[in-house]
Design a protein around this ligand. Structure first.
Ligand code: ARG
Length: 258
């Protein structure tokens, strides 16, 4: 995770971002600290990446890389405003002993685009990533990468429309995907939990699960009961300030799948 020390909305690269809307930076930091402390209270280790001045979106650490089996596939951001984040992430991984670190040739925004499940790596195909990055990632990870077409600009990254709950169990918002990709998802995940529009709009799919606890935005209230019925423990957090940049729990969390 990377603290929102320099977080502000100064540009707009997704439909949620309005530079004219004020952001309460002090509140953003408190909300972020609350998320970090909840992970720690659940027994998870949280490493903190040093924020860099002039990179206001760096709090969205999930975009910095994708890690599967300890292999680090670096990011290459679509927008100039975020490009400086990628080397900071790569440097962190190298300093922390990761040996297989790949500097990508093609545009991809880390876990914003790639979501590993037990069997596959799902990949969002929207306006922020290059199709060639999917082949590049498949070659590097040695796992099947499955492209899913994102069609609604509000769900510009795969992790705003789909979350892994456990293994190959997922929750997603079908309308964020093209008809063909909805069919692919139904084929791969016939028992998936489907989210309603309100919960998707509350960024409820931008969730992190450890296989038991599911941390998600508190506004996605419609997901709590269905998650409980499947044996998960939903934990709602308020990240209202970060929502103003189009990100929530998952965006703030890069998972180290070592
Ligand atoms: N403002 C950021 C952007 O548009 C939000 C990134 C959200 N991160 C994510 N993993 N979806 O790039």
């Amino acid at each position: 995770m990377c603290p929102p020390t320099h977080f502000r909305v100064t540009y707009s690269i997704n439909p949620w971002m309005d530079p004219d809307k004020p952001v309460d930076s002090a509140l953003a930091l408190l909300q972020w600290e609350d998320l970090r402390d909840r992970y720690r209270a659940l027994g998870h280790t949280v490493d903190v990446l040093e924020p860099v001045p002039g990179l206001p979106d760096m709090v969205f650490a999930a975009n910095g890389a994708t890690v599967v089996d300890g292999r680090v596939f670096g990011a290459k951001f679509a927008n100039a405003e975020r490009r400086g984040e990628a080397p900071a992430h790569l440097a962190w991984f190298r300093e922390h002993g990761y040996r297989r670190v790949h500097e990508p040739e093609h545009i991809n925004e880390g876990e914003g685009d790639f979501t590993p499940t037990a069997s596959w790596v799902l990949a969002g195909a929207g306006f922020r990533s290059s199709p060639s990055a999917r082949a590049e990632a498949q070659e590097f990870f040695g796992r099947p990468v499955i492209g899913l077409e994102l069609v609604d600009p509000r769900y510009y990254h795969l992790d705003t429309a789909l979350a892994v709950l456990d293994g190959d169990e997922v929750v997603y918002y079908p309308q964020a995907f093209s008809p063909g990709s909805q069919d692919v998802l139904a084929r791969l995940f016939p028992d998936a939990l489907l989210a309603a529009e309100d919960d998707a709009a509350a960024l409820g799919l931008n969730a992190v699960s450890d296989g038991r606890n599911v941390i998600l935005p508190v506004g996605a209230s419609g997901l709590f009961e269905p998650l409980r019925r499947r044996g998960f423990e939903p934990i709602g957090v308020d990240l209202s300030e970060l929502h103003k940049a189009g990100g929530s729990v998952k965006c703030c969390t890069l998972e180290l799948r070592d």
